[in-house]
Design a protein around this ligand. Sequence first.
Ligand code: PEP
Ligand code: MG
Length: 587
Amino acid sequence: MRGTAAAPGIAVGPARVLEDLSAPVEERDIGPAGAAAEAERFQAALSRTREELIELQEATRRDLGEHEADIFSVQLMVLEDPLVVDRTVEAISTEHKNAEFLFCRHVKEVSDRLEGLADAFFADRAVDLLDVKRRVLRHLTGDRETALPGRPGILIGRELTPSEAVNLDPEVVLGIATELGGVTSHATIMARARGIPAVVGIRDLEKLAFSGDTVAVDGISGRVTVNPTRPMLEKLRHRRRAYARLQRQRARLAGQEACTRDGHRVVLAANMELPDELEFIRSRGAEGVGLFRTEFFFMRHQRMPTEDEQYEVYRGIVEGLPGFDTVIRVMDVGGDKFASYLGLPRERNPYLGMRGIRYLLAHPDTFRTQLRALLRAAVHGPVKILFPMLSSVDEFMAARAHVKAAAAALRRRGEKFDPRPSLGVMIEVPSAVLLAEEFARRADFLSIGSNDLIQYLLAIDRDHDTLGHLFQPLHPAVLRAIAKVVEAGHAHERWVAICGEMAGDPRALPLLLGFGIDRFSVSPSMVPEIKQAVRSVSFEDCRRLAADALECHSPHEVRSLVEERLGSEYSSLLKLAENGANGNGAG
Ligand code: PEP
Ligand code: MG
């Protein structure tokens, strides 16, 4: 099956179908003698769930406010609901079946009824009910909250959500194949950061692969094979060895600078989603962290991390990469990134709603807690704070006022902190491109978030499974936008970075260099490849190429121009990267 190559590498193993794991729990007879103990086990799971919810509610009230904590009052009420709880207890004593099975049956009856009412209020209650069900089941079965596999294999599913992706363990999840998702989906980004080969956008995958099948995922060519024949397996093993060899060669560049043949130096940093990627980032020879997406770290928690917890994490990163800048983006939730305790609204167009800076400005306590932690961490090394999803200069001014307020609070407390950290603006909304000059005048640096910029500029959902071909980094409008942002930044002597997946696309790289991008931040798995690409081109050639590309009328024309202009050495590099992590990205 063909899909989109989403994270490079090749993996073969038994299929672990995501949906299988969340399938109805098994039905067991416990006999009349076991009923009392089973009822006790059920009550104990309810008590533990209750304690967990109360703890979450208190933390949410403290960090976010009363309104946001309300969701847990509703969930606590579900735990008292006689239609679910009393009936389960009664059924245990009359039917002598296991608690999980009876509990799920009663939850389903009630949720079916709620969903049938076609009213948003009741639909929300059904969601709360299912959330409570998951929590209770976790306490009954000891399972993890997500339905990720416990044994090594290839994860197969319709979709992997970002909150599931934060728990990916490369020792267990050897490869990923899903029906939905694109190159810039957050779950894909996570897979790439963890070095897990992935192919997404495979039509009808779930009808073709079942638990127990052997599945091969080729994240370089974008192919997935179910039950490969012996010769096919041999071929894959050969490809895997060749890829490993190539990676070893590239790894030798780790200590070298990201410098073009004619001496133009850029900074090549890595994107980070979770603090435990630090070692991987270091081993790839990245020059620090160019984007820490802190929301993933928040999503891994069951509640809002406190200021001290955040400070320790940020400090660990800063101290773990001495001599380099650490660019930390404040929490960018919304869109496809949620955590139940954040109380995000359900929206018709989440990517056009309560997202990024909008959420933070609407939740000043959360925002300032994070800013205080960042200002304290900045004492230990150069921390640069980045604001996501800005669409107006007012938002930057408001964000900066919160930084000042956070600093004032720390001063009152007598804490050590950096009173004047660098503040950067992510350019990921078309209005921010048009206002780039205004932002450059006020901020210390700009960072282009090409994933969202392309999504909003070309009006194409970055996660779209069937229209992925319209997500085109080489679209002339995208290139012109980037050139304009760099020009605006440089006019005010600000450095301009790019941290979306386009930065890790070797086909786009000569253009980005040519436009004058100063810093690149890419998935750690792409650092060696991009370093090799930078080192094999001449800046002067890239400048000419970029200028000519700005005159092109179509992505196709740009693509042909890039391929025609670059020498055979670079073309062979492109060939190796062809269908690689950003294979379809180059459009
Ligand atoms: C981007 O939009 O390009 C970006 C870097 O942010 P994210 O992918 O987290 O939305
Ligand atoms: Mg973004």
